[in-house]
Design a protein around this ligand. Structure first.
Ligand code: G6Q
Length: 550
């Protein structure tokens, strides 16, 4: 019902794109810009407070319309409708995929198994509002009556990356007296380094786990619980621990009063959950009003995604461009570079969103796919990364398409800082596109007074092939609404890619095997069981590490 009848790479639109890619390989972007003075305008989309300029890509009218045809043939529009309607498009887990319901601001009913999910969502949103306000106003206080000012989010993966990224992105909106911490790794260091900064009397732990069975989260939560009880006694737990989960039983078993539990539902995937109570820490930090603005920004993009014509549909266009390079140019990576320090965790967040959603090799038709799916996503904040991996992006043997995310105004406008930052991002994108020919490099060397021999020796090293693609997304400022928009754009981009690759973007079975094996290895490392069934490498490593730890 949700898959394609025929493998997408056997269809006419795929074949057409193969031909187009062959043709486009011989075309230089700088020539296309010279020939068409309106290119930037033509390949830009303005929506709400966002501008996407995708003109610095290897596309022209023919190849772009061939890409749009691929989306049509893959039935993207129908799949979008199915997702928003609450159909169970997560077929391997038989679940609806409704993170969009969490920000359904016009509150229209959305049905799953014949039941409208909105009343429950609204009930939990009201609970988030009341609780976050009570903490911020000092009405919900710690065991000894002190205000809770240190908020620790304990969670991992989807229960960490979204809240952490969004809280950092919106740090300028944090209440002055509130500090947030994110404890995810099982590594004791992560736990100890955070606890060392805290005072039990003023600390609130939010244990975030959809399943409430994740070993990292539960181990960290237990350690924190012990730390709190040692300092304040058992009765303090009710005032210092809340849980966010779909699993009431496990929360109760852990010893958190289910009154202090915020629910969400199996139709919300972990990596799509920052809009749910998993975002409680965000609401406490920035205030519920701002949290709602974030939901509104995402909702605006949801509506845009559902209704904009394909050529002007931002998530769709971004997905098609990504597929263009991935499947027709053999490109295996994609960089995301926010030019805003507050967005420093965005690349890590997107790594999970994209690679966990679409890093798969079995299609919805239960057959192995015979084309590339998710690329490797990496990135970091500009300008920092210009001084690290940009060498490869400019002169490496493979092209790396980039997304540059650019707020026109910084939250910290001091001196010329932001103008220098902006000049850099624009320069990077132009340099990637234009490059520098060998004769241009030679002319520069000559102007710098180099000898003929030196010019001959250096001009190749100093040249840049150019023709390297990038998208620029410009916002006015990264505020809650804008952040909501930005994240929703990437969620829907990821969705479209999954649809075209005919995979289920909403399960994550690939993370299970390692987890299962770790559970077997643990007692062997601890010496309570023998590890005879391992390969010789694992076996030797277990005994070597055991010797070191003795
Ligand atoms: C996200 C994944 C995964 C998940 C973590 C934590 O989509 O499902 O990253 O979020 O494994 O799971 P729990 O929230 O159940 O602890």
């Amino acid at each position: 019902m949700f898959g394609l009848k025929k493998e997408i790479n056997k269809g006419r639109s795929w074949k057409r794109l193969e031909k187009q890619a062959k043709r486009m390989r011989k075309i230089e972007m700088r020539d296309m810009f010279d020939k068409d003075l309106k290119r930037a305008e033509k390949y830009s989309i303005k929506f709400d407070n966002m501008l996407l300029d995708f003109s610095k890509n290897l596309i022209d009218d023919k190849s772009f319309s061939a890409l749009l045809k691929l989306a049509k043939d893959a039935k993207v529009a129908e799949r979008i409708e199915q997702m928003f309607a609450g159909n169970k498009i997560n077929t391997t887990e038989n679940r609806a995929v409704l993170h969009v319901a969490l920000r359904n601001k016009d509150n229209h009913p959305i049905y799953v198994d014949g039941k409208d999910v909105m009343p429950e969502i609204n009930r939990v949103l009201a609970k988030i509002k009341n609780f976050s306000e009570a903490v911020r106003l000092g009405k919900f206080v710690g065991h000894s009556g002190k205000k809770l000012t240190h908020i620790v989010n304990i969670g991992i993966g989807g229960s960490d990356l979204g809240p952490k990224m969004a809280s950092e992105a919106l740090k300028k909106y944090w209440a002055k007296d509130i500090q947030c911490y994110f404890m995810s790794n099982i590594d004791g260091t992560a736990c100890v380094e955070i606890l060392n900064k805290l005072d039990p009397e003023t600390t609130l732990f939010i244990v975030c786990s959809k399943t409430f069975t994740t070993i990292e989260t539960l181990t960290n939560a237990k350690t924190c619980r012990r730390w709190l009880v040692d300092a304040l006694g058992e009765p303090a737990v009710a005032k210092h621990f809340v849980a966010v989960s779909t699993n009431v039983e496990e929360v109760a078993k852990f010893g958190i009063d289910t009154e202090n539990m915020f629910e969400f539902w199996d139709f919300v995937g972990g990596r799509y959950s920052m809009w749910s109570a998993i975002g409680l820490v965000i609401a406490i930090a920035i205030g519920y009003e701002n949290f709602e603005k974030m939901l509104s920004g995402a909702y605006a993009v949801d509506k845009h995604f559902k209704t904009a014509e394909p050529a002007k549909n931002i998530p769709l266009v971004l997905a098609l461009l990504s597929i263009w390079y991935n499947n027709f140019f053999g490109i295996r990576s994609h960089a995301v570079i926010p030019y805003d320090q507050y967005l420093c965790y965005l690349p890590a967040y997107l790594q999970q969103l994209v690679m966990e959603s679409n890093g798969k090799l079995v299609g919805r038709d239960n057959k192995f796919v015979r084309y590339q799916t998710a690329p490797v996503i990496f990135g970091g904040a500009g300008t920092d990364v210009q001084h690290s991996f940009f060498q490869m992006i400019h002169q490496g043997t493979s092209m790396v398409p980039c997304d540059f995310i650019v707020p026109a105004i910084s939250h910290n406008e001091i001196g010329e800082h932001h103008e220098i930052l902006l000049a850099n991002v624009l320069a990077q994108s132009e340099a990637l596109m234009k490059g520098k020919t060998m004769s241009e490099a030679a002319a520069e060397l000559k102007a710098a007074g180099k000898s003929k021999e030196e010019i001959t020796r250096l001009k190749k090293y100093k040249s840049f092939k150019g023709n390297r693609p990038s998208n620029i997304m410009v916002f006015k400022k990264i505020d809650p609404y804008t952040l909501g928009m930005l994240v929703a754009v990437y969620e829907h981009k990821t969705f479209v890619e999954g649809v075209i690759w005919n995979i289920n973007s909403f399960d994550q079975m690939g993370v299970e095997l390692g987890k299962q094996m770790a559970l077997k290895i643990l007692p062997e490392l601890q010496g309570s069981r023998d590890g005879s069934k391992h390969d010789s490498s694992t076996k030797a490593l277990i005994s070597y590490i055991r010797r070191l730890r003795r």
